[in-house]
Ligand binder design. Sequence first.
Ligand SMILES: *Cc1c(COP(=O)(O)O)cnc(C)c1O
Length: 505
Amino acid sequence: MTHPSRDHTLAHSGEETLLLDHVAPAAHPKVVRDELIAAAEWVSQYLSDLVTAPVSRPVPARQRALLRNASLGRTGSELGRVLDFVREDIAPFPTGNGHPAFFAWINSPPAPAGLIAELLGAAINATCGMGENALMDLERGGVRILADLAGLPVTAGGVLTSGGSMANLLALATARTWFLNRRGSGDGPAYDRDHARLTLYYSAQAHMSVAKAAACIGIPAHRLRPITSDPQHRLDPDALRAAVDADQAAGLLPFCTVTTLGTTATGAVDPLEPVTALCRRVGMWHHADGAWGGLGAVVPAMAPLYEGVAGVDSLTVDPHKTLSVPVGCGALLVTDPEHLHTAFAHRASYLTACEPDTLPWLSHATIELTRPGTRALALWATLQHLGRDGITTLIEHYLTLADRLREKITASPRLELLAGGPWPVACFRLTDTTGSDPDALHTRVAHHVQTAGRAYLATVTVDGRTVLRACLCNYRTTESDLDLLLHEVLHAADRDREAQVRPPR
Ligand SMILES: *Cc1c(COP(=O)(O)O)cnc(C)c1O
């Protein structure tokens, strides 16, 4: 009889060894354990060291070429090579979104609970697409919690996605199927006739993934209607109504309006109730893109803006933005999940359950079949680590920091605040732009800040002007990082001024 603790020695003796030696993924359990421990130690050290390292370091051209031209040797390498490679060739060149002085885009650092869960989930390696397994039910549970936080009705369901873009794509495909089926034009000549008239509405401030998703489902650009926004960069319901009426009069078929909760450029929240009312009147689907701001209902200060959120047909949320779940975690929430299943449930003989499942598989609610269970576990771990209060406090922390940043900008005679809010972002510019094209100047200043490596921000176009944009979505950011950012901006402006007066030879 073999003692369990000797199993691995058995597997590595005699003929077994010969076999396993030819199957590279198999490694001695002790080696696997040592490497996992080494990796875990490196990760925790890396996360602590990030704060004192440069925010971002561009990948040297030589290094980039080396990575791009990667070749594969004939013989494999030791398991330890994985950590060595990451340490030496990847980690020294971060984009910067782990660093507290990183303010570009909406790019959060990873929450530790999510990091741990990703590793554990990868070991379990469940696929959340077919069959029944614990992680698939956990995904359903995570989706339920997100829907509840967002203020959707208890009937709501949905599916996790790789991010907001994919969620928006699923939403538009669902809206299209729902709309055509209701008209009895789900297939046949009626489909061709009606599909060629489908028209989509969204605010001019909507994320570009909306137009991209429209292209993917076959809505050409000439049937997209970016609606003008008001001075606070919110969708103007009157302009929307006028566009829909004009299109209907012209024989087109308005099938969906997309509102944005937390616009990417300025953090605006579109009005929900007037849009839902219009959608009900003309039979359109109301999709809300809340990739950044979809969970605003949990924050008392913002809740009034989310009145009526329960009336939307679908909502995109992006836990990898708002909650710092490691990248690769978005969700589409649908008030009546049946519509999602109508759009995506396709059956095949090689995919039948042994036991008839009581619930639709998650692959029947999305495009993917084999889907990562790591995503469900990382979401669950992050949500549970935060708790409901922690989620509110986290978003409130960003709101407070954004208020402080806007105050500091307003207080500086050299800076002017142009837009930002209610989601935590500040769009601002230099007051003195004499001698430079202002758009080019702000692009250069952002670039100087990025390359100096002490803080990081990006530019954005607001009301036709290129301006600096700082976004708060890093739980490690503190007030001193705000001061550092503004110091870096002014320093970059001074350096730019000198370079313009005395161009480098
Ligand atoms: C970021 C963002 C998206 C896209 O989400 P990804 O996760 O990057 O694919 C869509 N809509 C809005 C409003 C966003 O801010």
